[in-house]
Design a binder for this molecule. Structure first.
Ligand code: PBG
Length: 331
């Protein structure tokens, strides 16, 4: 209470549960969640990922069980990432174009089991398929070549769309890819397949556990700084978003998540389009490590971080905690 304004008490609205509910500005529901899943070769296979405690790779028929679980929990969309067997990885990542690759088999199996009850978002980039772990084709010096990579990404997108993908999500950060992928989808009769571009994707230290999950950590030589963004930049993020929207993206993503909420907010205010964020593997692992160290409570940390994404302006969040959060929110 201040001496000059004794009647101004913001605590009045916070005094009771009903009043806090009445004044809450932001809501989080299971409909705001996208669940990333890692697909493994084989049958009956569940492979826990050491650096992502609580997350496993699943073989296709077990991925279908996860899809059914997601439908039951009210999670509207899955994001799929394949752990391509080592012998199918090559310098040019041709396996990405195989209509029977792990990704396409998982898409078809989910589609057969769940129909249109759930959306399937598929990552477009070559890193799970290349022997060098880069997202595109490289020259002799290891530089990732833009335009030849884009032509492969177009073929990869069409391959995923033909298998039944609902949202194509290019995560490669090549210039110009959204426009040519959009044109190809239109040409091939996939006019209702959406594009969610990883528009502002940063060269981040938070992707480590993901690289374990898709077995690229040991393969990757160097880094991805010649195509992913410098964490120092936000004007550049606005340019990236503007280009992807002009080229035909339906929605855009910011990645990583919590350390980049300022980018989410700037993008939302500037463009007023659906913005998503990826709470990436390192962020998940940090929460789990905090819980294991006894410094925080998992359920509360998860719900607070996800609410923060919504408050910043996100339509939804890709998070490995999606099933936990959906359970907590549904209760
Ligand atoms: C690769 C891709 C990455 C992630 C999603 N797609 C890793 C990378 O760029 O090296 C990271 C997701 C996460 O860390 O959870 N195209």
């Amino acid at each position: 209470m201040t001496a000059s304004y004794p009647h101004l008490r913001l605590r009045r609205a916070r005094a009771t549960g009903w009043s806090r509910a009445l004044h809450r500005e932001t809501v989080l529901t299971p409909a705001n969640l996208i669940w990333p899943l890692f697909v493994a070769e084989g049958r009956g296979v569940e492979e826990p990922i050491g650096s992502l405690p609580g997350v496993s790779r699943w073989s296709v028929e077990l991925i279908v069980e996860r899809a059914r679980e997601a439908v039951a929990l009210g999670i509207p969309c899955l994001a799929l990432f394949p752990n391509t067997p080592a012998e199918k990885r090559s310098d040019n990542g041709e396996e990405a174009l195989n209509p029977d690759n792990l990704m396409c088999r998982a898409i078809r199996a989910i589609r057969d089991a769940c129909g249109s009850d759930i959306g399937v978002l598929t990552d477009v980039a070559l890193d799970p398929y290349t022997a060098h772990g880069q997202d595109g084709l490289v020259d002799g010096a290891g530089y990732v070549l833009n335009d030849v990579t884009v032509s492969v990404l177009v073929a990869q997108s069409l391959n995923q769309a033909a298998a039944g993908a609902d949202i194509i999500a290019p995560s490669d950060m090549m210039d110009g890819r959204v426009g040519v992928i959009r044109a190809a989808l239109e040409r091939e009769g996939h006019e209702n397949v959406q594009i969610m571009s990883y528009a502002a994707k940063y060269a981040s230290a938070f992707y480590g556990p993901f690289r374990d999950a898709v077995s690229t950590r040991g393969l990757l030589k160097g880094d991805k700084k010649t195509y992913q963004m410098d964490p120092a930049n936000s004007e550049e993020a606005l340019r990236e978003v503007a280009l992807d929207l002009a080229e035909g993206a339906d929605s855009v993503m910011v990645k990583p998540g919590l350390p980049y909420l300022d980018i989410v907010r700037r993008v939302k205010e500037r463009f007023a389009v659906p913005v998503f964020a990826y709470q990436v593997s390192g962020e998940y692992a940090m929460i789990e490590a905090a819980v294991a160290a006894g410094v925080g409570e998992r359920d509360a940390l998860v719900l607070e971080t996800l609410l923060a994404f919504r408050r910043a302006g996100c339509s939804g969040v890709l998070t490995y905690h999606a099933p936990l959060a959906a359970r907590l929110l549904g209760a």
